[in-house]
Design a protein. Structure first.
Length: 647
C-alpha cells in the first residue's frame, strides 16, 4: 500500500528511513484540516519513501484525488526522505474587509488553519501551511530557517489530480513572443489529460485559473494562485497532464522580451534568501458554478491592504478612443472622447498608446481636468522596471494631473515581472495613481493588497474583432466561461460594448454586448466604440450607461452554466438589476421569480433585442406580478437587462 496513515505516537526506523504515521481524525495532531462548517477538508499523507501527498474532500466526496507535494531546490531536496517534526494546533482566522472592486462590498470569512513542519534527510525544514474555509482550501510552502545564501527552486512537483470523468474549461498558456504570454487565448472545454489543441498561439502549458466539473458533475472546483509577489514567479500548469494530474510549472527562460538586462543565462526559476514564504495554491469548491463565480477566497488569502487611506480610489467608467480610432492620436480625437465622458457623466477618459505624441500632451490633460474628467494614460512596461525611473515617471504624471496609468506588454510570468508589478502598485499608490495592467498575467488577489489596482486585461477581449477570425463565433461562449475563471482571479478589463462591425463581424446581439460590463467586474469600465455610436443609442440605453456601476454591493447567481448561460442579480446602493447573457447559438429559456429580487420596487424595465438584433434595442416596462413567475427566452447569443423601478 503506497499511502499509509497511522498514529502519530509511532515511529519506525527501517531501511534507513524514518516513518511518521498519522491518524487523520481532524484533531490537532492530525494531518487533516476541516473548515469550521465541516464542508471542506484537506488532508496530507506521507508514504514509505517520505513523499508528501494531499487530498481534498467536500462532505467526504473527493474533489482533488491523491496528489503530490514538494519542492526540489538547488541546495536541498524536499520531495522525498521527509519526516514530520511538528504539527501545529488548529487555529481560527477571520478575514473581514472591504474591496473597492468586487461582486460584493463586504467580505467576512472564517477559516481554520494548521501548519505541518517537515524535515529532510539533511535536517533542513519545510513547512506546509493549510487553510480551510466555506469556499475551499489552500496550501503553501515556507522555509522557516535563516539563510543568507540565495536558494533556487529547481522544480515544484505540486500536482492536482482530477478524476477521469471530469470536464474542464482550460486556457492554453502561450509560448513567449514579444506579445505573449498575455492570458489572451480561448478557454477550451477539455477532459482531464487532453492535450492542447488549436490554441491561438503555440503553447507550453495550461493557465490558472483552471475550472473543473468534478464528483460526477456534482461539484465545481477552480485551481488558482493567491498572494504572489516579487519573491516568487507566477506559475501555470504543465501541458503533460497524463491521467489528469496537472502539475505546477514555472515560466520559461525566454519570457524576457520586455525585460531589461535579462540575459539568456538567467534562470526563470524562483529564488530568494531565507526565511521564504511562497504563494498559496488555491482550490475553490462549490456545489454550483455560481459558488465559484462569487468566491472571495483568492483575496481572502492575499495580504491585507497596504494603503491606509483609500478614500481617493474611485471605481468608475471611462471613454476610450483606441477601438474606434486606433490610428488617430491627435488632440482633436482625445478631446472628442473627453467630451463623450462629459456627456455620459463618466468619471475618466483613457489616452491610449501614442498620447505623448499628440499635438500637445499637456493640452489634452488640462482639457480633461478643466471639464471635470480624470485622465488615464497608457505606458509601456519597459519603462517601469527600474525603480528610480519608475518613481520619477509616476511623480511627473501625478504633477501633470494624471489620475492613473495603463501599463501594457508585460508578457511574462517571471519573478522579475512579479516584483516590478508590486513596485508599480506601491509607487503609484504613493502618488495617488490608479493602475490598469494590459498584456499581463492574471491577478492573484492584488486588488485587496493594493486597492489602487482597479483592473487588468489578461483576457481575450473585444479587440479580437480586429485580430482573431474565430472570435465572433466563440465570443458568446467565452463570455459565459470567463466570469467563472478569469474574473474570479481579479477585476477584468474587457473593454465593453463595441457595436460597430469590424474586420471579423460580430454575431452576438447588441443586448449581449451591452450586458457584458454588468456580467464582468472591472474597477474601471473602458467603453469601446465611437462617440457617434454612443450618442445614437436610445435614451434608455444611454441612461443605463450613465448609471451602470463599476462595482457591486451584492450579487447572486441565478443561472450559472459555464459555456451556456449566465444570469446574475446585481445591486449597488439603490440600483437593482438582473442581467443575463446566452452563450449558445440557440434560444435559451429563462424563468425567474422577480418578486424575490425586486425589493420595494413595483415595476421592472427590460432591455432586449430590437428588430435588428445586432444593432437595435427594445425597452419595455411591466408591473411585477406577485403571483407568477416571469418567463423569457433569450435570443441565440443574446441577452437581457432588467432594472427594477417605481413607475
Amino acid at each position: 500500500m503506497k499511502y499509509m496513515f497511522v498514529n502519530v505516537r509511532m515511529f519506525l526506523v527501517a531501511l534507513g528511513f524514518c516513518f511518521l504515521f498519522v491518524d487523520c481524525t481532524g484533531d490537532d495532531k492530525s494531518l487533516s484540516l476541516t473548515s469550521k462548517d465541516g464542508l471542506n477538508t484537506i488532508e496530507l499523507s506521507l508514504n514509505e519513501n517520505g513523499e508528501i501527498y494531499y487530498q481534498v474532500k467536500r462532505r467526504d466526496s473527493v474533489m482533488i484525488r491523491t496528489s503530490p507535494l514538494g519542492l526540489k531546490c538547488d541546495d536541498q531536496d524536499f520531495t522525498q526522505g521527509l519526516s514530520i517534526t511538528k504539527i501545529s494546533p488548529v487555529q481560527e482566522k477571520r478575514e473581514k474587509y472591504q474591496l473597492k472592486v468586487s461582486n460584493k462590498k463586504e467580505i467576512d470569512q472564517l477559516f481554520t488553519t494548521k501548519s505541518v513542519t517537515f524535515k529532510n534527510n539533511a535536517g533542513a525544514l519545510m513547512i506546509v501551511d493549510l487553510i480551510s474555509g466555506e469556499e475551499g482550501v489552500a496550501f503553501r510552502y515556507r522555509f522557516p530557517e535563516e539563510q543568507s545564501n540565495v536558494r533556487t527552486i529547481e522544480e515544484e512537483i505540486t500536482g492536482f489530480q482530477i478524476e477521469k470523468n471530469a470536464k474542464g474549461w482550460l486556457q492554453p498558456y502561450n509560448a513567449a513572443t514579444y506579445v505573449t504570454p498575455g492570458y489572451e487565448d480561448f478557454y477550451f472545454k477539455v477532459g482531464p489529460g487532453d492535450t492542447i489543441s488549436n490554441p491561438r498561439n503555440p503553447s507550453v502549458g495550461w493557465c490558472m485559473p483552471a475550472l473543473f466539473n468534478v464528483n460526477d458533475k456534482k461539484n465545481w472546483i477552480l485551481i488558482a494562485e493567491a498572494g504572489t509577489d516579487g519573491s516568487y514567479a507566477g506559475c501555470h500548469l504543465r501541458p503533460d497532464s497524463e491521467g489528469g494530474l496537472y502539475k505546477v510549472a514555472f515560466p520559461k527562460k525566454d519570457e524576457k522580451f520586455q525585460l531589461p538586462k535579462i540575459g539568456d543565462e538567467t534562470s526563470p526559476n524562483p529564488k530568494s534568501n531565507l526565511p521564504w514564504t511562497m504563494p498559496w495554491r488555491v482550490i475553490i469548491i462549490g456545489d454550483q458554478a455560481g459558488d465559484i463565480l462569487l468566491s472571495s477566497l483568492i483575496t481572502d488569502l492575499a495580504p491585507a491592504s497596504k494603503i491606509e487611506d483609500v478614500s481617493w480610489i474611485e471605481p468608475g467608467k471611462a471613454s476610450w478612443s483606441w477601438w474606434s480610432e486606433p490610428d488617430d492620436m491627435s488632440a482633436r480625437i482625445y478631446n472628442k472622447f473627453t467630451d463623450l465622458a462629459v456627456s455620459f457623466g463618466w468619471e475618466y477618459t483613457l489616452f491610449d498608446a501614442g498620447w505623448e505624441k499628440a499635438d500637445s500632451a499637456a493640452h489634452i490633460i488640462d482639457t480633461a481636468l478643466s471639464k471635470g474628467i480624470k485622465p488615464l494614460v497608457w505606458g509601456f512596461s519597459g519603462d517601469y522596471f527600474e525603480p528610480e525611473e519608475r518613481k520619477t515617471r509616476l511623480k511627473r504624471f501625478a504633477k501633470m494631473g494624471i489620475k492613473g496609468v495603463k501599463i501594457d506588454f508585460w508578457c511574462s510570468d517571471r519573478q522579475e515581472v512579479m516584483g516590478a508589478l508590486e513596485g508599480v502598485f506601491e509607487d503609484a499608490a504613493n502618488e495617488h495613481l490608479l493602475v490598469n495592467l494590459h498584456g499581463v498575467t492574471v491577478p492573484r488577489g492584488w486588488h485587496r493588497t493594493w486597492p489602487n489596482f482597479l483592473t487588468a486585461e489578461a483576457v481575450l477581449g473585444l479587440e479580437s474583432y480586429f485580430y482573431e477570425e474565430r472570435y465572433p463565433e466563440k465570443a458568446a461562449e467565452q463570455n459565459t466561461v470567463l466570469p467563472f475563471t478569469r474574473n474570479v482571479a481579479g477585476p477584468t478589463d474587457y473593454t465593453a460594448i463595441a457595436l460597430t462591425i469590424r474586420k471579423f463581424p460580430r454575431v452576438n446581439t447588441a443586448v449581449h454586448e451591452l450586458a457584458t460590463p454588468m456580467i464582468y467586474t472591472s474597477g474601471i469600465i473602458h467603453f469601446a466604440d465611437s462617440r457617434e455610436l454612443f450618442e445614437s443609442l436610445p435614451n434608455d440605453v444611454k441612461t443605463l450607461l450613465k448609471e451602470m456601476p463599476a462595482t457591486w454591493d451584492k450579487s447572486e447567481g441565478i443561472i450559472c452554466e459555464p459555456g451556456e448561460a449566465i444570469v446574475l442579480s446585481r445591486q449597488k446602493d439603490s440600483l437593482s438589476y438582473i442581467v443575463g447573457i446566452n452563450g449558445a447559438n440557440k434560444q435559451m429559456p429563462v424563468k425567474l421569480n422577480l418578486k424575490k429580487y425586486c425589493g420595494d420596487y413595483s415595476h421592472f424595465k427590460i432591455i432586449t433585442e430590437g428588430e435588428d438584433p445586432l444593432m437595435e434595442f427594445t425597452t419595455k416596462t411591466y408591473p411585477i406580478d406577485v403571483d407568477s413567475d416571469w418567463s423569457y427566452s433569450m435570443a441565440p447569443k443574446g441577452g437581457f437587462i432588467i432594472q427594477f423601478v417605481n413607475d
